[in-house]
Ligand binder design. Structure first.
Ligand SMILES: Nc1nc2c(ncn2[C@@H]2O[C@H](COP(=O)(O)OP(=O)(O)OP(=O)(O)O)[C@@H](O)[C@H]2O)c(=O)[nH]1
Length: 194
């Protein structure tokens, strides 16, 4: 069931892709660009999907695109741009480097987020937080604006410093949230999942 009136989705496609050395959201997993895998996983949750990027190479997706309000502020700047733009309380925010993400994991995230008062709900495991697979309330905007003013641009400490709820993923789900940052990781992914 679509609930596009209640939730927006923003995929962050900015940054430098230094480790991948080519635009991360456009590299191929099983012959399909990362961005397409991610958007297809989001579609059953909401059709209100926006890409946060100024890179015209993403226009083939046929989705709205918005530019960062503040350039070169990393994911914190991308999230600010999304929360400043949105007109929904709930906002699914994803990075463009998680091609194995699934609709069912995103549905778990969005459902739990609605039941919690926390400003941010995101996935986590025993070692890592995954704040770029998260739901951010519009009310979190001030946190991001303050962080940019103070040049506090590290996302993990920031999300842990305000009201948040972590959804602990199980062992099988760990491979679904893997972010692919380099050519070596991409190569391994395509080899393992052939
Ligand atoms: N809109 C926007 N997205 C960003 C920005 N910086 C990073 N991102 C996105 O945030 C996610 C995580 O990015 P990182 O892996 O931390 O950084 P990166 O610049 O993409 O890659 P590296 O240069 O290899 O660190 C990815 O989806 C990026 O596209 C930014 O300044 N603006």
């Amino acid at each position: 069931m679509k609930n596009s009136a209640n939730i927006s989705a923003y995929v962050l496609c900015g940054g430098k892709s230094t480790r991948m050395q080519s635009e991360k959201g456009l590299v191929l997993y099983k012959g399909k660009p990362f961005i397409r895998w991610i958007v297809e996983a989001i579609m059953p949750i909401t059709s209100n999907i926006i890409l946060v990027t100024s890179n015209g190479d993403y226009t083939f997706m046929g989705l709205p695109m918005i530019e960062d309000t503040y350039a070169d502020k990393g994911p914190v700047g991308g999230i600010f741009t999304a929360l400043n733009h949105t007109d929904t309380e709930q906002n699914l925010i994803l990075s463009c480097d998680v091609p194995k993400i699934t609709t069912s994991l995103l549905a778990k995230l969005t459902t739990e987020s609605k039941q919690k008062d926390a400003l941010i709900t995101f996935l986590s495991d025993d070692k890592n937080d995954y704040p770029l697979i998260g739901v951010y309330k519009k009310k979190a905007l001030k946190t991001f604006s303050d962080a940019i003013s103070a040049e506090k641009l590290k996302l993990c400490p920031l999300v842990n410093s305000i009201s948040h709820h972590k959804i602990i993923i199980n062992t099988e789900e760990k491979s679904l949230v893997q972010n692919i940052n380099s050519k070596a990781e991409l190569h391994a992914l395509n080899l393992l999942d052939l």
